[in-house]
Design a protein around this ligand. Structure first.
Ligand SMILES: NC(=O)c1ccc[n+]([C@@H]2O[C@H](COP(=O)([O-])OP(=O)(O)OC[C@H]3O[C@@H](n4cnc5c(N)ncnc54)[C@H](OP(=O)(O)O)[C@@H]3O)[C@@H](O)[C@H]2O)c1
Length: 247
């Protein structure tokens, strides 16, 4: 029986998800399974997409809809509810259930890479859907964190306040970019922080995976910081989504 899956977001043409699932379906002999990319101008276009594609069995959700999609769901898994963001939807008999696999995927990939100490401190750039997933993972690992936002109300710090006093950046063991700055095709942008404060003691993680080495990671690498991109996290969250769709 034909089964359709896909990714919804504002601009999804640069996503790796389609090739990931196309290769997986081919490898596993799932010839009737398809994965498509759906760019939705607004989240309200989801209703029409579901009406036009009744064979859709599951969706991934990306920027900027991980929070906006909540209002369309009949059920939300307890962890996703706690996080406040959904990146996986399972569709059964027209009913949508939301899950968050970003958080556990980030947790799994960070655990393998970052040497947690008793007083490890993290600084998270951005306060959107994936930032919330990262925050939940850091809580589970007992890593304290602060947020950097463009807006005072949303974060502990703003980029402007860090310009005046860079101590939170200098003191952080782990720096995580959850903003889209530097994501293809905008490869020449990066979060506006003082990269000269980075040292070989810093672990710098960018959730972006395309390009593989964002300007953010290049600037960190130039200061001999440890760097990691979001590709492993993407693969882990995709496998976790697959497990949910087939459960
Ligand atoms: N590797 C993976 O598996 C994986 C998983 C999830 C997400 N991601 C990547 O993570 C990124 C964010 O995704 P998301 O779903 O969290 O998006 P989102 O919900 O739209 O949040 C992004 C956040 O980044 C900040 N931001 C947005 N535009 C900015 C700008 N021009 N300058 C500075 N900050 C800006 C905002 O925080 P403030 O308003 O507080 O500044 C915003 O809330 C994307 O690049 C996505 O591809 C990767």
């Amino acid at each position: 029986m034909e089964k359709k899956f896909g990714l919804i977001g504002a601009t999804v043409s640069h996503s790796f998800s389609k090739s990931y699932f196309d290769e997986k379906f081919f490898r596993e002999g799932l010839r009737d399974y398809h994965y498509d990319l759906y760019s939705l101008p607004t989240i309200d276009d989801l209703k029409k997409l579901l009406e036009e594609n009744p064979e859709l069995a599951g969706l991934n959700v990306t920027i900027p809809y991980k929070e906006q999609v909540l209002k369309f769901l009949s059920n939300i898994d307890a962890d996703a509810r706690k996080i406040g963001a959904v990146n996986v939807i399972k569709i059964q008999e027209g009913k949508l259930t939301g899950y968050n696999t970003d958080s556990d995927a980030f947790f799994d990939s960070l655990k393998k890479w970052f040497p947690v100490k008793e007083n490890s401190k993290a600084l998270i750039l951005g306060t959107g859907g994936s930032s919330k997933a990262v925050q939940q993972a850091l809580k589970k690992m007992s890593i304290s964190f602060e947020l950097v936002s463009r807006e005072k109300e949303r974060g502990t710090h703003t980029y402007k306040s860090l310009e005046k006093d860079g101590t939170p950046l200098a003191d952080a063991d782990l720096l995580i970019n959850t903003s889209p700055l530097g994501m293809s095709p905008n490869n020449n942008t990066c979060p506006p922080i003082n990269y000269d404060l980075l040292t070989p003691n810093h672990y710098v993680y960018d959730l972006i995976y395309n390009p593989a080495r964002t300007l953010f990671l290049q600037k960190a690498e130039m200061r001999n910081a440890h760097i990691k991109n979001g590709l492993e996290m993407l693969h882990i969250q995709a496998e976790k989504a697959w497990a949910i769709w087939n459960n």
